[in-house]
Design a protein around this ligand. Sequence first.
Ligand SMILES: Cc1cc2nc3c(=O)[nH]c(=O)nc-3n(C[C@H](O)[C@H](O)[C@H](O)COP(=O)(O)OP(=O)(O)OC[C@H]3O[C@@H](n4cnc5c(N)ncnc54)[C@H](O)[C@@H]3O)c2cc1C
Length: 475
Amino acid sequence: MTAPLSEELIARFSAIVGETHAFQAEADIARYLVEGRGLYHGKTPLVLKPGSTQEVSDILKLASETKTPIVPVSGGTGLVGGQVPRDTGTDIVVSLERMNRVRDIDPVANVIAVDGGCILQDVQAAAEKIDRLFPLSLGSEGSCRVAGNLATNAGGTAVLAYGNMRHLCLGLEVVLPTGEVWDGMRRLKKDNTGYDLRDLFIGAEGTLGIITGAVLRLFPRPLGHQVGLAGLASSEDALKLFELASRLCGTALTGFELMARVGMEFTVKHTPGARDPLEGTHNWYVLVDISSSDSAETAERMMQAVLEKAFEDGLIEDATIAASEAQAKAIWHMRESMSDAQKPEGGSIKHDVSVPVSSIPAFMKEADAAVLDMVPGARICAFGHMGDGNIHYNISQPVGADKQAFLDLWHEMNHRVHAIVMSYGGSISAEHGIGQLKRDELAAIRSDIEMDLMRRVKRSFDPANIMNPGKVVIP
Ligand SMILES: Cc1cc2nc3c(=O)[nH]c(=O)nc-3n(C[C@H](O)[C@H](O)[C@H](O)COP(=O)(O)OP(=O)(O)OC[C@H]3O[C@@H](n4cnc5c(N)ncnc54)[C@H](O)[C@@H]3O)c2cc1C
């Protein structure tokens, strides 16, 4: 449907949630029309905030009957434009922010059942209250919501030990484009009963249905936690350090984050209270995070063993170990500030990519050469979840360059870097998804059979193409 919504249809949709939860005024809807990086600006005639699964179902029934496009939004922190309506002005935004209840929590089965609109931080806090851990942790955890985390299959800082959102989810409740409700709120670790519907909705970015509830896995809270930061000469040494830390710590290695010097410089310069964490400067930094289910002493012993052996083998130039949880948080804060710290340095072209871990140094060498050939003086601010093979390979403009002229190179640079990623058997979206940003590129790099299967899935769930149209895949 491309015609604007009639007043009569707007009134019918609004009546489902009640006038007080239906919004049309510019001041009320403005924040749903943009995304954090300012890459996308959309339009909508109406933002609806349903309060129950039944209301979501009624909205989708009417949408299906009238072929009205629907864009689901949770926390609005997505980085690929998936939650932003198109600029056609025809898409209704459905926000889950009122559906934010913890439904129940079971410390024996180690599960929590929540509404899709629960804020991630609230899920973490509910788990902590009963001495359990919900391990998904992202820089946006104070605003992003469970359904958005599921729809993007979010990763974050502890994937190495606990997996991404797909691994943390046991069951789902989803409203289909027809308005039918699929109750898949199962609590089973073992369930081999045919096609896994849950896995289809996870990572679908709202193109197959609206996630309204989820059953998530909890874990015992670790008894010991240690964070160390090492300075290194090369990314090859970082890879050797990863091999060493994995061998000595096994599943206790919870995080292994790589940061280039230039990112550390930006962070120290632009983050209030930040200072260089080590004496002298180093080409690379690695944050090592170790959690022990046994004791604080075990975590401490493991960290010391890793760093001592790494010094002995000449892998690291300097290192520090956080002496308290506050210091550990401060080290993590530096890592998490790395994205924001690029903003004052002008334009930044992003790549959220993954390659097999052992290929990271070779991938970066090749990509660095391609980027510098294209833009001499570009500042390569690579950082990320090295232990998961995931690098945020971000390129800041040369000092003094024209910001817009640099940003105009976004697609060409993505194209060159992604070609290198693919030559290493990697992925052009490790954790942020496809949305609008990478939709056309996905179609260009995936095989015909893969794209055809994805289109067939989309068409069979959503034949009228009303669920988040224009995102991920064009049916
Ligand atoms: C500072 C910062 C740090 C970040 N760090 C990370 C990180 O480390 N790892 C990572 O993976 N991501 C990260 N992100 C990206 C983002 O936070 C995640 O993608 C997050 O999972 C999105 O959740 P959200 O609730 O904000 O979703 P939204 O932005 O609201 O939506 C994201 C997508 O999900 C769809 N969607 C929303 N709600 C529903 C629903 N109920 N049913 C079906 N589909 C729905 C939307 O249509 C959209 O396509 C970061 C973002 C920021 C701003």
